[in-house]
Design a protein around this ligand. Structure first.
Ligand code: ZN
Length: 91
């Protein structure tokens, strides 16, 4: 069993082949960056970049308070809503 700190998923796992042919796992810190839209990948506004801010800020300050705030960018939301309304779906 690996050390307890390596059992959590807070570090990302990278599989590396060693010169001797073994496969080992390297643990690295996950990359931090801007949050992106789940549909088109555009950077989301109104979402803090640093992990500390995301952890300690109140929920209302972590993402826009609209439907799919912090998940979809406004352009995608507009299209998704239009599509849903035209198909007669309820969100
Ligand atoms: Zn988008």
């Amino acid at each position: 069993m690996v050390r307890p700190m390596y059992r959590s998923r807070s570090l990302r796992r990278i599989w590396r082949r060693t010169p001797g042919g073994r496969t080992v796992i390297h643990y690295e810190r996950r990359r931090r960056g801007v949050m992106r839209c789940g549909r088109c990948g555009a950077p989301l506004g109104g979402v803090p970049i640093s992990e500390d801010e995301r952890r300690w800020l109140p929920k209302t300050k972590k993402r826009p308070e609209r439907m799919f705030g912090g998940v979809l960018c406004p352009r995608c939301l507009k299209e998704v809503l239009k599509e849903a309304v035209r198909k007669g779906l309820s969100l």
